[in-house]
Structure formats: structure tokens, C-alpha cells
Design a protein around this ligand. Structure first.
Ligand code: ATP
Length: 239
């Protein structure tokens, strides 16, 4: 479980997270919504200690992140909004294999994970291609595959669908759904709920650094009005 207890964070005296309390259980698919600048990325960066709270506490599997950064970073897989800085190898296969190799896994298990992760992002068989030669959307998909290949206990994704085409988006969503069904806690930040609203167990929405909605999707719909978040129409109302 990832748990925030009254977390506040300021950059240069500007409060960006204010008294945030929430939790993501194992196996839960939680969507984090909110307008640009509402604090989503800042919140996510606390999940594995990239940022530390000014006050309050973040716990991963009941241990404060600050007490065991290594444990938090191996339990929480992160997919960032701008993947370009995340790559550690020249080719797709080498990059996705890097994390599992560092875990000291057998070659056959590393190969299995690389293959399965690339398949989940619709990039099967492209191991030897150079990352520099990929489009932005393809690079995002490699970054997602890299996080999936770690098979972390929790997955935290920041706007992972930017630049992805529809088949890739559907494939990644299907993989996230099945991972959640298998027990992975998924926290996915987006300001556009249209793709994910019906999949979420819970929708958390932020405004000005505060959590203003934390409900299952159907109950969240009304509360989301006026938050500059794009919400899909009800299923029954769709053509
Ligand atoms: N390193 C930083 N230094 C100073 N201010 C920052 C820093 N990072 C974020 N901020 C500010 O904190 C606020 C929240 O930013 P954050 O990136 O968390 O929002 P967000 O909800 O993820 O936005 P978006 O949807 O645009 O990605 C913004 O006003 C931003 O300018």
C-alpha cells in the first residue's frame, strides 16, 4: 500500500501540496485527476522519495519512504511524463532489460520480462532498434515497458498516454488493468479522464494542491464538475 499522511510540500514558499492524505491499496486502480498545475506530478514524486514532504509522511508497505529509500524505489515503479531523461541504454531491448538485470535475475527470466513488456506496449520484436530514432510516442512506450519489466508492487504513472496512438493506449490500459487484477496497486495521473474513468476503482482529484475528490467513479462524477477535468459521459448516455 502507498499511503500519504497529511503531506504538505512547498516550492519557494508556494504551497503545492497541502495536507494530502490518501492511500492506494494493493490491487487498486486509482486515477489521479486535476487541472494543469494542481499538484499531481508533485504528489507522484513523493511516492518513491524523489521529493520529501515538508510535513507529514509517505509510507510504502507500512514503511516511511524516508526510512528506506531503496525499498520504496524497488517497490514503486515510476513512469514519468518526459521519458527522454530516463533511458540508460542505446537500444530498446537493452534499456528495458536494464532494470531486471540489476535485480540479478536469470537471463531467461529477463528475456521473458522484456518480451512481455514490449508486447504490452505494442512494440514486440523491436529490441534492436535505437531509442534515439524513435518517435516521442514510441519513446513513451519504451519507458512504460521499462517500468513494467521491473514487475513492481506498485506502479505510478504520470500522464503515460501523451503521444500514444489508440492501439498502444488500449494495449497499455489492458495491461494495467490485468496487473491491478493480479494485485499491483496502480496510480495513474491524468487531466483527461475519458480513457480511464470506467476502469478506475477510485478517482482522486486535486485542486490547488488539495485532494478535493476521493470516490469511486460513479460517485465522483458530480464532484468533478468545475475542476477543468474532462470526464466522459455516462455509459447509458453514449451513442
Ligand atoms: N521544481 C519546482 N520548482 C518550483 N515550482 C514547481 C516545481 N515543480 C512544480 N512546481 C509548481 O508546482 C505546481 C504544481 O505542479 P505539478 O507539476 O505538480 O502539477 P500537475 O498537476 O502535475 O500539472 P500538469 O497537469 O501540468 O502536469 C505548479 O504551479 C508548478 O509550477
Amino acid at each position: 500500500m502507498i499511503e500519504f499522511r497529511s503531506v504538505s510540500h512547498a516550492f519557494d514558499d508556494v504551497t503545492v501540496l497541502e495536507d494530502v492524505s490518501l492511500s492506494i491499496d494493493d490491487g487498486e486502480f486509482v486515477v489521479l485527476a486535476g487541472a494543469n498545475g494542481s499538484g499531481k506530478t508533485t504528489l507522484l514524486r513523493h511516492c518513491n522519495g524523489l521529493l520529501e514532504p515538508d510535513s507529514g509522511e509517505v509510507l510504502v508497505d507500512d514503511t516511511p519512504v524516508s526510512a528506506d529509500l531503496v525499498a520504496a524505489r524497488s517497490a514503486v515503479g515510476m513512469v514519468f511524463q518526459h521519458p527522454r531523461d530516463q533511458f540508460v541504454a542505446a537500444t530498446i531491448g537493452a534499456d528495458v532489460a536494464f532494470g531486471p538485470e540489476n535485480l540479478g535475475l536469470e537471463r531467461s527470466e529477463i528475456d521473458r520480462r522484456v518480451e512481455a513488456s514490449l508486447e504490452a506496449v505494442n512494440m514486440a520484436g523491436r529490441e534492436d532498434e535505437h531509442i534515439d530514432a524513435l518517435s516521442g510516442g514510441e519513446q513513451s512506450r519504451v519507458a512504460i515497458a521499462g517500468a513494467l519489466a521491473m514487475e513492481p508492487t506498485h506502479l505510478v504513472l504520470d500522464e503515460p498516454f501523451t503521444g500514444l496512438d489508440d492501439p498502444a493506449r488500449r494495449s497499455v490500459l489492458a495491461r494495467l488493468e490485468s496487473l491491478a487484477a493480479e494485485g499491483t496497486g496502480v496510480l495513474l495521473a491524468t487531466h483527461d479522464l475519458r480513457d480511464v474513468f470506467d476502469l478506475a476503482d477510485r478517482v482522486i482529484a486535486m485542486r490547488d494542491g488539495r485532494v478535493v475528490v476521493d470516490e469511486p467513479p460513479d460517485r465522483a462524477r458530480e464532484a468533478l464538475a468545475g475542476l477543468e477535468v474532462r470526464v466522459p459521459s455516462r455509459r447509458a448516455d453514449r451513442p
